[in-house]
Structures are given as structure tokens and as C-alpha cells.
Design a protein around this ligand. Structure first.
Ligand code: BGC
Ligand code: MG
Length: 548
């Protein structure tokens, strides 16, 4: 164990505006692939510090940094072996302090990724827990006896393939893991485990973080009776990731996650957050059947998390106007005083421009739509450059999920390749050494450097669209009313106070017309679409504003 140096909380303005996160644009950094500073081919915290200007220039209000904690890296940091330190690969705690200070100087809030549903099997807690059935931490993980025929206690499956149970010859018991067998599931039914995790939360809040992305928030508790999950009929298997090939998607996850006890734990978690005014959390809710219901449960009432991260737009099928209408209506009807966080891309799914086979113009239209939604928005690094999914050869694969299900499902490496900063360097300026995943050659031409000063570039488009969203807070926060529209067109009104904003998106390559409701509308000249009028060219958006 290292010596922990506690530092005074930094003074930032979040207490002055405790709801700063409502409607905010959050930029997700996958640290391994953002910027390397020491030539080892892996991105790191000093690299992030160096590139914070890029994020400030984009206009994002916050960053979410995927895990940089001490880890054997079997799931690339989502397997934490010390929650209170930085993995040497990424830097030091001092680097992290510098990162926060610099981000705050630039007005950027910092969210870190807490992975507390499971730890690494190398964590001291698990090492102790697995040593015997009687040690002080014997019950800190989910241990269960075999059935009389030696098979696992029930039918629960791991998302990464195979049973969710791994046999341990020392304890002569199985332990639960929802992901890799090296990611044993912490037993949050035990109050000591909760206390230890909440201490970790305090540790980072005292260091000055503004909040957390809570990994797999709905996996914190399991059914203590260990009941079998029921089978899901084939036509109901609608998971976002690997729906067809992964048998995890053949079950209804009633008992291995989504348990009611979580609500009480989230209240305890919130009480800790509230010790630090303005601190917030966004919970990642992965559940194909009950995602929306759980997001509402966790984010309503002001006593659990502030918002939940939605999977609704992370799936494979290109979302039609009808799909947006259905999802957004369902959310408006169900979310109450809760709050959603929307994303099209992240480090777990194919980049959306490729996933939905979008042209450049279509990508812009979808980006404008995302940045017009009520809720907070997560953009994934490289999205602002319009990066397509990288083609990663089998021999270069790193992701155990992809290696398991190859080639039917290629895993998550294609969205995790390094960010191209400059075009005239084979590693795109990402690293002086060999990158841990190859730089995609078709990404080089899309580098930050190549796009930064071109008014017509995707990067300029994102900058303008984010600036547009920020200068019209009605887009992030205003009430949402869906309007009737022809097929392939999505139309809605946003309203806050006396401001109404009309938004229409032509999600097709055929011209159509946006019919504005009665009112005194002015077309928004500050939105990044040329010649804005009711006449929608292919993949064009229209914004008009009315002060009433
Ligand atoms: C993260 C994944 C990770 C998993 C297990 C997720 O939902 O986003 O990258 O593999 O949790 O921690
Ligand atoms: Mg490095």
C-alpha cells in the first residue's frame, strides 16, 4: 500500500452553480488512446494535461476520464487493484492533481470513472477474501457453494462469455463475476464493503474531482437467494452490444442486477456527494429491457444520482425519426424529475458514423440532433473529428471481449485506437513509440491539426454546434414537445421561460419542408447550417427561435 497524501479541496465554482451538469456537454477521454507523453505507446495523464486546450477549444464543460487507477489492465483499467492511486502507466497522483488544477483553470469540470461493482482479483480485498472462508473479508465478494453435482450455483452468465461463476479450489466455492473472471463482484450487501467504497468516493472528492461516472451502476447488488434468471424469448433479445452472438442477451436479468437494495445504497452515496456542494454522478445503466425504468428510478427524487447514462442510441440499427420519437416520448413520460445523459459513441461500441453508415452530411445532422436534446451529452474522443471505426486486425486485438467472440463480434478495439493529432506522422503525434493499438491510417487525414483551421471541417462543425447549444440554454434544459412530422423528419419544440426553440432534422437524403407552428419565428443564424430556412436540404437541420 502506498502512503496516501490527503490534500485540501480545490476552490472551484461548482458550489455557486450546483446544477452545472444539467444540459452540460461532457467529453469522454479514454486515457490509453488520447495522448502519450513518455513514448511507451500508452496515453497518460501528462498527455491529457497537454491536450486540455483542445477540449476547452471544443467548448465541452466537463471531461469524464475512463479509469486510470492501479490495475493489471485485463479489462484496460475497468479492473481496479487500488482505488486510491494512479497506475504508473498513466502517471502519478501528483499528475492527477496538476490535471485537475489545469482543467479548473480552463473552466472544465473533471469526472472520474468509479468501477465499484467489481474490483480486480489482484485487489488486496480479494486476495484476503479468497484466502479462507473465515477471514475478515470472507464476505466482501459473492461466494457460493457448488450445487450437489458440482456445477455453479445458478444460471447467471458473464457478459464476456461463459458462466458468471469461477471455481476457487482454496475456498472450495464459486465466486461471482459479471465480466472477466479476474473482475470478481464486490458484495455490496455487506455494509463494511459499502463503507470502504464510500471512503474511496470521499478520497477523490477531497482531491477536487467534480463528480463521477459510475460504471455498471445497476450491477451493484445481486439476489441473495441466487435465483435463476428467466429465459428471454428470441424476439426480445434487443441488447446494444453483440445482441446476436452473446448468450448473456438470452436472459432477463431479474436477479443478477437491477436489485431494489441498490436504491438505499445510492442514497448513502448521495449523502457523501452532498458533503461537497455541486458534486455530481452519472450512473451507467446497461439493461436492454428495463434501462429507461431504472434510469428514472436512480435519478429521480434528488436523493440518489443526478443523472443516468442511456444506451438507447448506442445500438446498431440506424435510428430513424420514428425511433427518436418513440425513445424521447418514452423518456419524457417516464423520467419525472430525473435526468438523462445521451451519447452516440463511447469506448464500448463501434463509432456511430460507421455503426450507422453515415455520410459526412448525415453525421453532421445526427450530431446536431444529439446536441439539441434535453439532457446532458457525452461526446467520445474523436467523435468531434468524425472518425470512422478503425479496422483492427485479429493479431492486433487487445480486447478480451473481441477475442472471445471474433469474428462475429469484433470487440471494442476499433473505437479505442489512438487519436490523430497531426497528419504528417505515422502515429498521428499520439506517441513517439509504438502505440498499444495501431493508429488507423484512414484517421491521419482527419487529425486535429488538419481540421482545426478549416471552417468547413467536422471539428469546426462540432465547435459551432456546441457553442450554439451553450448560447441557447433552452436546448439543454428546456421542456421538450414533440411535433408531428413526415417520415424521415424529426421535429420538436424546446421551451424555457419565454424562449421557444423550434428544431427540425431531415434524416434523409431527400429534400423536405419544416413546417413551423404559428408564432413569430426567427431562423437561427448562429447554427452551423448554411442558408437556414424551412426548406430542408438533404440531412439539413433547421432551428428557429421565438421570444414570447
Ligand atoms: C465499461 C466497460 C467495462 C465494463 C466492466 C462497462 O460498462 O464501460 O468498458 O468493460 O463496464 O467494468
Ligand atoms: Mg505513456
Amino acid at each position: 500500500m502506498n502512503v496516501i497524501q490527503e490534500i485540501e479541496p480545490l476552490k472551484v465554482d461548482k458550489a455557486a452553480n450546483p446544477t452545472w451538469w444539467r444540459g452540460a456537454v461532457i467529453y469522454q477521454i479514454y486515457p490509453r488512446s488520447f495522448q502519450d507523453s513518455n513514448g511507451d505507446g500508452v496515453g497518460d495523464l501528462p498527455g491529457i494535461i497537454r491536450r486540455l486546450d483542445h477540449i476547452a477549444g471544443l467548448g465541452a464543460e466537463a471531461i469524464w476520464i475512463s479509469p486510470f487507477f492501479t490495475s493489471p489492465m485485463l479489462d484496460f483499467g475497468y479492473d481496479v487493484s487500488d482505488y486510491r492511486d494512479v497506475d504508473p502507466m498513466f502517471g502519478t497522483l501528483a499528475d492527477f492533481d496538476t490535471l485537475i488544477a489545469r482543467a479548473h483553470e480552463l473552466g472544465i469540470k473533471v469526472l472520474i470513472d468509479l468501477v465499484i461493482s467489481h474490483s480486480s482479483d489482484q485487489h488486496d480485498w480479494f486476495v484476503e477474501s479468497r484466502a479462507s472462508r473465515s477471514n475478515a473479508k470472507a464476505d466482501w465478494y459473492v461466494w457460493a457453494d457448488a450445487k450437489s453435482d458440482g456445477s455453479p450455483p445458478n444460471n447467471w452468465l458473464s457478459i464476456f462469455g461463459g458462466p458468471a461463476w469461477e471455481w476457487d479450489g482454496k475456498r472450495m466455492q464459486y465466486y461471482l463475476h459479471n465480466f472477466l473472471k479476474e473482475q470478481p463482484d464486490l458484495n455490496l450487501h455487506n455494509p463494511d464493503v459499502q463503507d470502504a467504497l464510500l471512503d474511496v468516493v470521499r478520497f477523490w472528492l477531497k482531491r477536487g474531482v467534480d463528480g463521477f461516472r459510475l460504471d455498471t451502476i445497476n450491477f451493484y447488488f445481486h439476489d441473495q437467494k441466487l435465483r435463476d434468471n428467466p429465459a428471454l424469448p428470441a424476439d426480445a433479445r434487443n441488447a446494444t452490444i453483440a445482441p446476436a452472438v452473446n448468450p448473456y442477451n438470452w436472459q432477463e436479468h431479474l436477479y443478477d442486477k437491477n436489485r431494489p437494495e441498490n436504491l438505499e445504497f445510492l442514497r448513502r452515496f448521495r449523502a457523501v456527494l452532498d458533503e461537497f456542494p455541486g458534486a455530481m454522478a452519472v450512473g451507467e445503466v446497461g439493461d436492454a429491457q428495463r434501462g429507461m425504468e431504472i434510469q428514472a428510478q436512480y435519478s429521480t427524487g434528488g436523493d440518489k444520482v443526478q443523472m443516468c447514462y442511456s444506451f438507447e442510441f448506442l445500438s446498431g440499427a440506424t435510428p430513424s425519426a420514428a425511433y427518436f420519437e418513440e425513445v424521447l416520448t418514452r423518456f419524457e413520460d417516464g423520467i419525472g424529475d430525473g435526468w438523462a445523459c445521451w451519447a452516440f459513441s463511447n469506448h464500448d461500441v463501434e463509432r456511430y458514423a460507421s455503426r450507422w453508415s453515415l455520410s459526412d452530411a448525415a453525421t453532421r445532422c445526427y450530431a446536431a440532433l444529439l446536441l439539441s436534446l434535453r439532457g446532458s451529452i457525452c461526446l467520445y474522443q474523436g467523435e468531434e473529428l468524425g472518425l470512422p471505426e478503425a479496422d483492427v486486425a485479429f493479431e492486433d486485438l487487445q480486447d478480451p471481449y473481441g477475442i472471445q467472440f471474433w469474428p462475429e463480434f469484433k470487440g471494442r478495439d476499433g473505437c479505442r485506437t489512438p487519436i490523430p493529432w497531426v497528419s504528417d506522422n505515422q502515429n498521428g503525434g499520439f506517441s513517439a513509440g509504438r502505440p498499444w493499438l495501431p493508429m488507423a491510417s484512414d484517421h491521419l487525414g482527419l487529425s486535429v491539426d488538419a481540421q482545426a483551421n478549416k471552417p468547413e471541417s467536422m471539428l469546426s462543425f462540432y465547435r459551432q454546434m456546441i457553442a450554439f447549444r451553450k448560447s441557447h440554454p433552452v436546448l439543454g434544459q428546456g421542456a421538450f414537445t414533440l411535433l408531428q412530422a413526415p417520415d424521415d423528419q424529426l421535429r420538436f419544440i424546446r421551451q424555457e421561460g419565454g424562449t421557444r426553440m423550434f428544431c427540425a432534422f431531415n434524416l434523409s437524403g431527400t429534400p423536405s419542408k419544416a413546417e413551423l407552428p404559428p408564432g413569430t419565428w426567427t431562423f437561427c443564424k448562429d447554427a452551423p447550417f448554411a442558408g437556414m430556412s424551412q426548406d430542408l436540404g438533404p440531412w439539413q437541420a433547421c432551428f428557429a427561435i421565438e421570444e414570447i
